[in-house]
Design a protein around this ligand. Sequence first.
Ligand code: AR6
Length: 178
Amino acid sequence: MKTSKIAVIEGDITQQQVEAVVNAANSSLLGGGGVDGAIHRAAGSGLLEECQGLKGCQTGDAKITKGYNLPANWVIHTVGPVWKDGTHHEDELLASCYRRSLELAEEYNIRSIAFPAISTGVYGFPAERAARIAVKTVQEFLASHPAIEQVIFVCFSSHSYNCHRAAVEEIIVSRSKP
Ligand code: AR6
C-alpha cells in the first residue's frame, strides 16, 4: 500500500533499500532481541562498537549511527515506551520516537527511512493504537518537512500490516477525499 510519501509493507527491515532504518532499541543501546537483535546481526559488530560510545538513549529520544553491513547507510536508534496501562505517557513517548527519528533524518539529509512498529513487541504496546500514533505523527511531520521523500512502515506480521493499512486509510486517505 502506498499513499503519497508513505508506504506500508510486510517484511524484514534489515533488507530494506532505504537511506536509514529505525531500530526499536532499549535505553542501553547495546542490543537485544526482536528487531534490535536482527539489525545488530545484519549490520555486524561495527554497529555495537559505535553504540558503545553513545552512552545510551532516553525513552522517546533517538540517536544515529552508520549502517555497516546493512543496505541502509544509517541506523536511527530510538527507545519506545514500555506499555503499562496507557496512563504513563506511553502515547506521547511513542509519538516522540517517530518525531525525533524524523528530525535526525532531516538533520543528516536522509530522504528515505523505514520504521518498524516501535514498542509493539516485547514492550507490549497495543498494535492498533501504536499504528495510529505512528501514522499520524509521520503524516504531521511530512506535512511541514518536505525534504523527506519516503517513509516505509515495515511490518513483521500480517496483523501489524493490517493495523498500519487501516491507520493510513483512516488518517490519510479518507481525510484527503473531497
Ligand atoms: N523487521 C521488522 N520488524 C521486526 C523485525 C524485523 N526483522 N523483527 C521484529 N520486528 P520488538 P519493542 C517487529 O520486540 O517492542 C528488544 O530486545 C516485531 O514483530 O523488536 O520496541 C530491544 O532491545 C514488533 O512488531 O521491539 C528492547 O529491549 C516490532 O518489530 C525491546 O526489545 C517491535 O518489536 C524493545 O521492544
